[in-house]
Design a binder for this molecule. Structure first.
Ligand SMILES: Cc1cc2nc3c(=O)[nH]c(=O)nc-3n(C[C@H](O)[C@H](O)[C@H](O)COP(=O)(O)OP(=O)(O)OC[C@H]3O[C@@H](n4cnc5c(N)ncnc54)[C@H](O)[C@@H]3O)c2cc1C
Length: 431
């Protein structure tokens, strides 16, 4: 047994961690298990999706091999523990790229499928699962099943976004897309108010592949923010050197707090709004800025932090986002990492996939006693707006909210593997 935390560092309970090293022995390993367990990738989910206190975690870090690559078609077959950053660094120089990567590249292929993750280009390419052609799934009774959009499609749809609850993915075949290289042309635009944000989103989605906004949620009704957009540079060149930094220790209290938030936000806004015009940038610092500081989650101190990520349909986007930001402002809580982005109309491949056409708001909050009241208010707004919360970021949503906002739950339940269970599945699904 050893303590395991997820990205929010809200707990460090003991787990029986079993390292999977050989994809041909996974079935035997799962059958040997005494009790239920859950797959663990890199633990980049914020809450309890990949936790199972006092129970089994099958860690997939050792399943890190590329199996085959069809250079002409851009088809990659790999094990589920392969890290997205490794695929990108290997494939982009060969003219291919993963279509979807979330805001950190430091996640596994299995984790990206099980949460059906989205990137800043959702409006162009949809979610990760849309680009998966085949999966090899091992169930806890040892059965090995191949599934995909055209082979056992119902099981495939349950597994994409299925939170590891339909079995353990041992390998996947991914369709990559052509890439002209590592350079992007990027632009940062300051905006004031939600109307301006929505106008910029509508305009940019036409010919900018990547869009995302940072907002200053301490700025009150005259909301200020930075709209960032980028697209492939056709003939880009430049230099970029990776700078690896690490948050070296966990401070005794959160460094993100009421005193630090306003100056932090003001500084970030002032520095970035000065970047005028279109620049050529390397894709890594633009798309995954947080990856340059390892263990940045320690900033929030020993009590950890929550992320609250919602999506609401487009027609409710304006009022629901405004009401959520007002509620946060009134509560005296604030978030440094406050991100606003619109999702496109691409359908998701998974029964439980999070995105829907509309607007998503993601906020980090240091763990504090007053948060439950704020979260209850935000939950009410999301529910009334016809939206939902993202399980990958969640550690606390009430089961009633999950049930009310997850229409495919009954269809999903038919595909569950009874030997797979996590702290999240017990909290949200009862088993
Ligand atoms: C800084 C940061 C930014 C992020 N930005 C985004 C973003 O922009 N968009 C987005 O969608 N997400 C984002 N995320 C969330 C992250 O992409 C997901 O939580 C992702 O699933 C984590 O992958 P992981 O490999 O760490 O998996 P884990 O967190 O270890 O596990 C996640 C889920 O996948 C399951 N799982 C893992 N491996 C397997 C397997 N082999 N077979 C079956 N199930 C498996 C686990 O059981 C669990 O339910 C972000 C996270 C961080 C820390």
């Amino acid at each position: 047994m050893r303590p395991v935390s997820s990205w929010g560092r809200l707990s460090a309970d003991p787990h029986h961690v079993i390292e999977l090293l050989d994809r041909d022995k996974v079935a035997a390993e799962l059958m040997r298990a005494n009790g239920s367990g859950i797959a663990y990738g890199l633990g980049k989910s914020y809450g309890d999706a990949s936790l199972n206190p006092k129970g089994i975690l099958w860690s997939t870090g050792g399943l890190d091999r590329l199996i085959a690559f069809d250079d002409g078609a851009g088809r990659l077959r790999c094990e589920a523990g392969v890290v997205l950053r490794d695929i990108q660094r290997l494939m982009i120089p060969r003219g291919w790229s993963l279509p979807v990567v979330p805001g950190t590249q430091l996640v596994t292929v299995g984790g990206a499928i099980a949460n059906d993750v989205h990137g800043k280009n959702h409006h162009v390419v949809g979610t990760f699962g849309e680009h998966v052609r085949r999966l090899r799934l091992v169930r806890s009774d040892g059965e090995t099943i191949e599934c995909g959009p055209d082979a056992k499609p119902e099981l495939f749809a349950a597994t994409v976004g299925g939170l590891g609850l339909t079995g353990l993915i041992v390998e996947a075949e991914l369709q990559l897309r052509p890439s002209a290289g590592p350079w992007l042309e990027a632009e940062t635009l300051a905006f004031a108010g939600l109307d301006e944000f929505f106008a910029l989103s509508d305009e940019s989605e036409i010919d900018w592949e990547h869009t995302v906004s940072w907002i200053d949620c301490t700025s009150g009704p005259a909301l200020r923010g930075l709209f960032m957009r980028a697209r492939q540079a056709v003939a880009g060149s430049g230099t970029w050197h990776e700078r690896r930094r690490r948050m070296p220790f966990t401070p005794p209290v959160s460094l993100v707090n009421r005193l630090s938030l306003r100056p932090f936000n003001a500084l970030y806004y002032a520095v970035n709004r000065r970047r005028r015009g279109v620049r050529t940038v390397h894709y890594e610092p633009f798309l995954y800025p947080l990856d340059s500081v390892l263990d940045w989650n320690r900033l929030y101190g020993p009590s950890g932090f929550f992320q609250y990520q919602s999506v609401v349909p487009k027609k409710a986007g304006l009022w629901a986002t405004r009401d959520m930001l007002e509620a946060i402002q009134r509560s005296g809580q604030g978030s440094f990492l406050a991100v606003l982005k619109t999702f496109g109309h691409c359908a998701s491949a998974g029964l439980l996939s999070f995105p829907l056409p509309g607007v998503t708001l993601a906020l980090d909050f240091r763990n504090s006693r007053t948060l439950p009241r704020l979260f209850a208010r935000l939950d009410d707004i999301v529910r009334e707006a016809g939206g939902r919360l993202y399980p990958a970021k969640d550690a606390r949503m009430p089961r009633a909210l999950y049930e009310a906002t997850t229409p495919n739950l009954a269809a999903f339940a038919r595909h569950r593997d009874p030997g797979m269970s996590s702290a999240m599945s017990r909290r949200l699904m009862g088993s």
